[in-house]
Design a protein around this ligand. Structure first.
Ligand SMILES: C[S@@+](CC[C@H](N)C(=O)[O-])C[C@H]1O[C@@H](n2cnc3c(N)ncnc32)[C@H](O)[C@@H]1O
Length: 354
């Protein structure tokens, strides 16, 4: 064997099919987790503590063979989503730490809304990624009809509720991080444009006792936001206002936020919304976009790029963007300076100062 002397280049890594197989079969793993969430398995185990496979199967009213049900539970255990003591008939299953916190429907920390929507809507739509790339057309409820995306989604109250819960699930950690990390001391009023259930306004108000917040969204969303505000007991400082952000003036505020709004639209519309925010802000005001901002080299945030493809599936023309893109649009609108604040996981706040 030839020993490499120091100073020479390291040998090229041997090719391995491991990543190819892991990602290629990734939908198996994804569907196993999404199905467990659909069955509310983690909510059941959070209530009961630990259960045998037989008791879980009876509770969930499943008719597969015991062997296949143990496969399902044991693969969830091997992923770390369940804990297991014993084997097969003698085994007792309980939640893993993460699933107990984030996938128990009875806890406020539940983030399963986005995963429920991934199972019920996106899983099927992503089956047509090839067609989306071939045609450039959305593959969701708007695929065969001419209705705009939010009209199509909101025409069914179940899908509306699921969509709003999904938005809350994917953004809650980011909103909490922004509410705690951003220095609100120089500002008094906050507006969240396209604020869905109002979670961002609620987090800002909860962590900053001097702030008054408004969450602004389309009329079908307002009752859901109003109910959420009431549940948080923050009606004195958070209000829900309905309107159309393309038509109606923005309610006045020192800070205007848009969470996962810009990525829904093409570049012209993104620029139009940023300009509208700029025009509506006072001197010294701030605009904040909260999204899975892609790194400028487009290398290390695959989630941001997958989210961008998700916008192809959902809207056809929408796309996620880099901080360089944001800087260009913000300076074009007239903003003086910008900064990027990392939030939870792959998301950041792109912040522009007037
Ligand atoms: C992708 S969701 C993002 C929700 C939330 N900001 C978040 O970060 O999770 C887009 C939001 O924009 C709202 N929206 C879409 N078009 C709108 C319009 N023309 N006027 C007001 N809100 C609109 C939708 O109802 C939805 O709540």
């Amino acid at each position: 064997m030839k020993i490499q002397s120091s100073g020479t280049a390291a040998p090229a890594a041997m090719p391995t099919p491991e990543t190819i197989m892991q990602i290629g079969s990734g939908f198996w793993a994804s569907k196993i987790l999404l199905t467990a969430i659909k069955f509310e398995l983690f909510t059941l185990l959070a209530q009961k503590g630990s259960l045998s496979g037989k008791d879980i199967k009876a509770s969930l009213q499943l008719n597969c063979t015991d062997r296949h049900f143990f496969d399902f539970l044991d693969v969830l255990s091997s992923f770390g989503f369940l804990q297991r003591e014993g084997l097969l008939e003698t085994a007792q299953y309980s939640n893993g730490t993460d699933t107990n916190t984030f996938l128990d429907k009875n806890k406020p920390s539940y983030i399963g809304g986005i995963l429920e929507m991934m199972n019920n809507r996106l899983y099927g739509f992503w089956g047509n990624l090839d067609e989306a790339l071939q045609t450039g057309n959305a593959q969701n409820e708007t695929k065969d009809g001419g209705r705009p995306v939010f009209e199509a989604i909101y025409s069914d109250p179940t899908v509306l509720k699921e969509f709003v819960n999904a938005m809350s699930g994917i953004q809650k950690g980011n909103f909490m991080a922004l509410a705690q990390q951003f220095d609100f001391s120089d500002y008094h009023t906050f507006l969240d444009v396209g604020g869905s259930a109002g979670i961002l306004s609620l987090m800002v108000a909860q962590h900053n006792a001097h702030m008054h917040c408004t969450t602004f969204d389309l009329p079908p969303v307002e009752p859901i936001a109003a109910e959420t505000i009431q549940n948080f007991n923050l009606s004195e400082r958070v209000k829900a206002v309905s309107g159309d952000f393309f038509v109606d003036p923005f309610p006045k505020a020192d800070i205007i936020a848009m969470g996962n709004i810009l990525h829904d639209w093409d570049e012209t519309t993104k620029v139009q919304l940023i300009q509208k925010a700029y025009d509506s802000l006072p001197e010294g005001g701030v605009f904040i976009a909260i999204e899975a901002v892609i790194d400028n080299e487009r290398k290390v945030n695959p989630f941001g790029m997958m989210m961008s493809l998700n916008m192809l599936i959902e809207t056809g023309k929408g796309f996620d963007y880099t901080f360089d893109d944001f800087n260009r649009w913000a300076s074009q609108a007239g903003f003086k300076s910008t900064k990027l604040m990392p939030l939870a996981g792959p998301a950041s706040a792109a912040i522009a100062f007037k």
